[in-house]
Design a binder for this molecule. Structure first.
Ligand SMILES: Nc1ncnc2c1ncn2[C@@H]1O[C@H](COP(=O)(O)OP(=O)(O)OP(=O)(O)O)[C@@H](O)[C@H]1O
Ligand SMILES: [Mg+2]
Length: 447
């Protein structure tokens, strides 16, 4: 019998029986509603829309967290995703710490809002509407303004925690609370629609006697209680970070366009990037509230800069919780989960926050991770053993999507017309002259 190849007889079965023969190999998919992301490696195209999935009951919130090592294609995915969502009339607001969303903005026909210390544009993070949106765990009456006050206090406290690098003492928290009320009264007296950070700093340095009496203390003591907070917040008002978040929002900023990009690249290397991103995100989110627009996608790229800061992470989580009430799908881009985990010990608030943020982001897109990272955080991300091994081997553009309880291995595909808006490799290319294709006047693809 030497030389003869043994033949295995073919097996014929119906597709119904085949899925029993090869269990768990293929997935039914997420349906056809949404934008095309790319190829499901196990077969077919992969389409995604958080609002459609929410309606279908596949997810209980529309938020997404994206993890991945440097240069794996996280931001490219976000840019092409936003561009494709434009077909469905979705608007997008982006906090852009590296200043890389300019081409996307240009494609959309808008200019990024470039913030730089001492620059021409100011955003007031305390701009917020009494909009009647119920806060989690707090019934806010329509138009009462309590919700707005509460948000301002939470934001100011978070900024103070972030600037001080520690939790606030009870007396500091009370001083912030009173200062926000004092600043609001001062704003009303000068016909400003909202308090500003300089007014909060003034109110901390010069608390009024009524506030002191409410706290059964003296104005001098209340000033002492809030002094450290005032000195730190002052940095945003008079120090090296002044001129961006220290006054009323510059009039005439176009917020009703399909895309708003806040370019923070001028402060990317500042140690206070997290604080500045928090201010920018606060402003974005209050503007979303003010306009009562539904179906907005809010992106915080390089979100590790925010999350590694306890105070700001706490505040961000409270914003995440509001996504359903506002019709907003939040997206945060991180390198790795341990960016956050490493700042806290097991069982600490940081880790609880990480888990909370993940719980409030039912879509987790995981690009390549190092084996050590997967060992540390695989369980938190809900990765199975096979998935954990897989994510260490993913090539650029490939990601494991965990949506609710389901998993998909997806290759993100870029269209040729999208290349110029996603390229972040210019600095790595020999002789490359950065440019936008001449004469290209892009407009969002029509449905
Ligand atoms: N799906 C893809 N297919 C092919 N090339 C891609 C894909 N996604 C990204 N790239 C290329 O990889 C480069 C880096 O991508 P990108 O800037 O999105 O990475 P990143 O993960 O956001 O990196 P960082 O962590 O540094 O922000 C881009 O310039 C782009 O040309
Ligand atoms: Mg990026």
């Amino acid at each position: 019998m030497k030389g003869l190849t043994p033949r295995v007889p073919g097996h014929v079965a119906t597709t119904r029986h085949l899925c029993a023969a090869y269990p768990l190999v293929s997935e039914a998919g997420l349906g056809h509603e949404g934008v095309l992301i790319g190829r499901d490696v196990l077969g077919g195209s992969f389409v995604y829309d958080p609002f459609a999935l929410y309606r279908a009951g596949v997810v209980t919130n529309p938020n997404m967290v994206i993890f991945g090592q440097i240069g794996r294609g996280k931001s490219s995915f976000v840019k092409s995703y936003l561009w494709r969502q434009a077909v469905f009339g979705r608007h997008a607001w982006v906090v852009d710490p590296k200043g890389e969303y300019g081409p996307l903005a240009e494609a959309w026909g808008v200019s990024p809002v470039a913030l730089r210390p001492g620059g021409a544009i100011r955003l007031n993070p305390l701009d917020t509407e009494s909009d009647g949106v119920a806060e989690p765990g707090n019934d806010v009456e329509v138009g009462s303004g309590d919700g707005a006050r509460r948000r301002r206090v939470i934001l100011t406290s978070s900024l103070a925690v972030a600037c001080l690098g520690r939790d606030l003492l009870p007396r500091e928290r009370a001083a912030v609370d009173m200062a926000v009320s004092g600043a609001t009264a001062r704003a009303a007296a000068t016909r400003l629609s909202a308090p500003t950070l300089p007014l909060v700093v003034d109110a901390l340095f010069e608390p009024d006697t009524t506030a002191a009496r409410d706290l059964r203390t003296t104005a001098v003591q209340l000033m002492e209680d809030g002094r450290d907070v005032a000195l730190e917040l002052r940095r945003l008002v008079h120090g090296d970070l002044c001129g961006m978040f220290d006054g009323p929002t510059t009039p005439g900023l176009r917020l009703d366009g399909p895309l708003v990009v806040l370019d923070l690249s001028a402060v990317y290397h500042s140690s206070a990037l997290g604080v500045l991103m928090a201010c920018a995100t606060a402003w974005l989110q209050s503007s979303v509230r003010a306009q009562h627009r539904n179906r907005i996608i809010v992106v915080v790229d390089e979100a590790w800069a925010i999350l590694s800061n306890l105070g700001v992470a706490r505040w961000l989580q409270s914003s995440w919780k509001l996504s359903r009430a506002l019709g907003v799908a939040n997206m945060a881009v991180l390198h790795r989960l341990s960016d956050l985990r490493s700042v806290g010990t097991e069982g600490s608030e940081q880790v609880t926050l990480a888990e909370g943020l993940l719980a409030d982001s039912e879509t987790r897109v995981v690009y390549a991770q190092s084996p050590g990272e997967v060992a540390r955080t695989g369980e938190l991300l809900g990765l199975t053993e096979t998935e954990a091994e897989l994510v260490t081997q993913l090539r650029r553009g490939m990601a494991l999507w965990k949506i609710g309880r389901r998993s998909f291995l997806v290759e993100h595909r870029l269209a040729s017309g999208e290349q110029w808006m996603i390229d972040t490799d210019q600095a790595m290319s020999d002789g490359f002259v950065p440019s936008v294709p001449a004469g290209k006047s892009y407009s969002p693809p029509s449905p």
